[in-house]
Ligand binder design. Structure first.
Ligand SMILES: [Zn+2]
Length: 233
């Protein structure tokens, strides 16, 4: 009579190993997924660029204002200096000055608008920086937690492998081959417990003689329905 006890223990060890390997794979995927951090970084970079663009626009407008102001001062000096006496020339100067005044006023309005945009962008940048700092801290903590879990799994994985090898040493090579073949086609479950004549692999009620055969035969007995190795408890 062949004992399926060790084979059943092997399956339990293998399933536990599978579970560990799956969890490690899941943790690896989570460790790679820094999408929230990347999104926060991209948002902050966008805000930086916006600030730079608005900042240089504001500086250009300020320079423009300075230049218009300087021109106006020069014109005013000339206009009120008494040097120019010709009415036509005075009129031209007055026109030119009025045009500059209008330009000055428009540029000033624009600069005021730019200043407000810049202020708004600065607030946006501060918020984005805050979100990024928070995301960086959270990611560091998450990475540390996940790495710790991964390390614990790796450590118990080697213990499980040792246990698995220990069990498999007690099992006949031909039985191991059958076990491995069925395991690969039955999602890791090569051996099924039989309780009250029911195969726990497929839930079918087995003929009593089959259960009897599984209990006493000198070789492995497979379930007539699902093909798993029967392990009568
Ligand atoms: Zn079955």
């Amino acid at each position: 009579m062949v004992s399926t006890k060790r084979l059943y223990e092997l399956q339990e060890a293998d399933l536990e190993l599978d579970k560990h390997l799956f969890s490690i794979k899941e943790l690896d995927a989570l460790l790679k997924d820094d999408s929230l951090l990347i999104a926060a970084r991209t948002a902050k970079e966008g805000r930086d660029q916006e600030m730079q663009k608005l900042g240089s626009r504001f500086r250009e407008e300020e320079l423009e204002i300075e230049s218009v102001k300087a021109k106006m001062v020069t014109l005013e000096k000339r206009l009120y200096s008494g040097i120019v006496k010709q009415p036509r020339e005075l009129e031209d100067l007055e026109d030119e000055l009025n045009t500059l005044r209008l330009h000055y006023s428009k540029t000033e309005d624009r600069t005021l608008g730019s200043m407000m945009d810049l202020e708004e962008a600065r607030t946006g940048l501060q918020q984005a920086q805050g979100i990024l700092t928070d995301a960086e801290q959270k990611w560091l903590k998450r990475k540390a937690d996940l790495s710790f879990q991964r390390q614990s799994l790796i450590e118990s994985l080697s213990l499980l492998r040792n246990r698995r090898n220990e069990i498999s040493r007690d099992i006949e090579q031909s039985h191991l081959s059958i076990y491995n073949r069925i395991r690969s086609s039955h999602r890791g479950h090569a051996i099924a417990r039989v309780e009250r004549n029911t195969c726990h692999g497929c839930r079918i009620t087995l003929p009593t003689r089959e259960v009897q055969r599984a209990r006493t035969a000198n070789d492995l007995v497979l379930c007539v329905s699902c093909g798993r190795i029967l392990h009568v408890t």
